[in-house]
Design a protein around this ligand. Structure first.
Ligand code: C2E
Ligand code: MG
Ligand code: MG
Ligand code: MG
Length: 279
């Protein structure tokens, strides 16, 4: 094998870094335009009861309808939005859009809860809590039917004023759920000290059910002890759903039931169901 010049390797490393930086700068500019031009959309994925497969709520998931690239999934821009602070503006769009969607759903006869994803960094933005407080007056939405999903891709304790913000949001009537539970910086102390209503079990643990599901059982008993609701994410097989039913997990979400779909398709899906409970 030919010996490589270490200097050459170094140059290549720096080229890669520069490329990455240039790409990120371009993506950031692109996102700024997308905010101005209103290029985002919400898709909805139903959350259903494991025992009866009845839809009980929906998760709103952002999509970027890019004029050239087509549909861009959140994993490709939310992390950079978080790094650059643009998440506050995108997050505000999500808040307003979820509030308006809830009112539209209600008018169509589906008074269901909607979950929205909140980046932990938004919790230290005073404009975020102020907007959440204004949403009911602005749009006529019901905060008791809006669930905030907070991912733990960062230590919540290190986010300035996160606890204060969560307590304020609870007082207004919103519910708080920890997303991707078990994969991030999940810390048992949060569950006691933070006003948490529920847990979403990350799909890596649901995937593991075929190996016995020890972690899922553990999370279920933890949630039970705390009086927290549980949703299993990423359920793709009937076997997984049935295992969840047998082990006392009431709610699930996943491709087995439905992928995230645009609003009109989501409402069509609800309309095609025989019976929709209201809670
Ligand atoms: P998440 O909140 O954990 O959302 C669940 C993700 O799993 C979604 O990906 C969904 O499409 C996907 N999923 C659902 N069921 C299945 C399944 O059965 N199998 C598999 N393989 N995947 C499934 P999506 O929509 O690409 O979103 C990715 C992440 O982006 C979300 O993860 C969330 O963390 C973030 N995100 C989405 N929308 C927003 C938003 O409005 N604001 C913020 N801050 N983050 C968002
Ligand atoms: Mg989520
Ligand atoms: Mg999740
Ligand atoms: Mg997840």
């Amino acid at each position: 094998q030919a010996k490589r010049d270490p200097k050459e390797k170094c140059v290549r490393f720096h080229d890669t870094m520069r490329l990455r930086r240039d790409e990120n700068l371009a993506l950031k500019k692109d996102m700024e335009r997308a905010i101005e031009e209103d290029e985002f959309a919400l898709y909805f994925q139903p959350i259903a009861l494991t025992a009866s497969s009845e839809t009980v709520s929906a998760e709103a998931l952002i999509r970027w309808l890019h004029p050239e690239k087509g549909l861009v999934p959140p994993d490709q821009f939310i992390p950079l939005a978080e790094d650059t602070g643009l998440i506050n503006r995108i997050g505000a769009w999500v808040c307003r859009s979820v509030a308006q969607a809830q009112v539209r759903f209600r008018k169509r006869g589906f008074d269901i809860s909607i979950s929205m994803n909140v980046s932990p960094w938004q919790l230290s933005d005073p404009e975020f809590t102020a907007l959440m407080m204004d949403l009911p007056d602005l749009y006529g939405c019901d905060p008791t039917k809006i669930i905030l999903e907070i991912t733990e891709n960062v230590v919540l304790g290190e986010i300035p004023d996160a606890l204060t913000a969560l307590n304020e949001l609870k007082i207004i009537g919103y519910s708080i759920v920890i997303d991707d539970f078990g994969t991030g910086y999940s810390n048992l102390a949060y569950l006691y000290n933070y006003p948490i209503d529920g847990i979403k079990i990350d799909r890596i643990f649901i995937n593991d059910i075929s190996n016995g599901g020890a972690i899922v059982k553990l999370i279920l008993s933890l949630a039970d002890a705390l009086g927290a609701t549980v949703v299993a994410e990423g359920v793709e097989t009937i076997e997984q759903r049935d295992w969840l039913t047998e082990n006392g997990c009431d709610r699930f979400q996943g491709y087995l039931y439905s992928k995230p779909v645009p609003e009109d398709r989501f409402l069509g899906f609800l309309e095609s169901q025989a019976h929709i409970p209201t809670k």
